[in-house]
Design a protein around this ligand. Sequence first.
Ligand code: NAD
Length: 295
Amino acid sequence: MADIAFIGLGQMGSPMATNLIKKGHRLTVYDINAQAVATLGELGVAAAASPAEAAKGAEFVITMLPNGDLVQDVLFGERGVTQTLRRDALVIDMSTIHPLHSDRLCQRMSEAGFSYMDAPVGRTSDHAIAGTLLILAGGTAEQVARATPILMCMGSELVNCEGPGMGIRVKLINNYMSIALNALSAEAAVMCEALGLPLEVAVKVMSNTPAGKGHFTTSWPNKVLKGDLTPSFMIDLAHKDLGIALDVANQLKVPTPLGAAAREVYSLARAAGRGRQDWTAILAQVRQLAGRAAD
Ligand code: NAD
């Protein structure tokens, strides 16, 4: 059983700390919210008056805070973790923060002679309560191996993201895609309503197409990711079909800001001479727009 300092006892941190206690670990906790500390105190954990006090003697320090500035304060502030941290301790930041800030924190910790890794989580506070979070572990192989038994007290699935900073990177990209797709899905659902198409029918069909499953695992693997841009479904045809959908939406007075933006990406691909390439060549087109090698 390990001595763990847990800092940040909000919606996520409080149930995560509780699950560590239930698995028999010895916790010292800190939060600026005294009530959150008192609630956990009822489970018999030690309450600290500062991050420095919480970290004293700990083998692991876990932070679960709203943003990178707060993580930085907790680590390097006046009464911060690094004031008392053991040289052989491992600091695990599980917050969702800016990846470049995470990189700077990792570097600063390393320069100060401390070990720091990122392990943000996927899913929600209900999963935090159930101990079924998805843990995205970024760190050296040694750090991930050392942290895994601790992290698995809070989650049901752990992905080794293969390197320092990679957990927070994949978390960012996952959020980017799922948050943007949420809005695109809402456009599609409102189009269903306006067309009188039952949403259940659309859900049934799309649960087996790239629309519902995403492109990473459906249309991309055998085409653009293999460098094969011969058309299974041409950019020109994708552009036409998107145009029909936007025209229908326009007639039904359904706003489609994301679909309209996507059409312009297909227009750029067409203008760049990719009309007869596979629709997955949109990846090559966006790489080109970003000034990167297209293939
Ligand atoms: P929250 O606001 O409920 O909790 C944050 C806690 O940090 C609060 O208890 C607050 O008092 C404490 N805190 C703030 N400043 C502090 C400081 N200087 N020292 C000590 N404690 C401090 O937020 P949350 O929902 O628990 O989220 C925590 C992190 O997890 C965030 O980075 C969030 O993006 C991420 N996350 C949240 C969810 C979710 O579903 N809520 C899911 C995945 C990831």
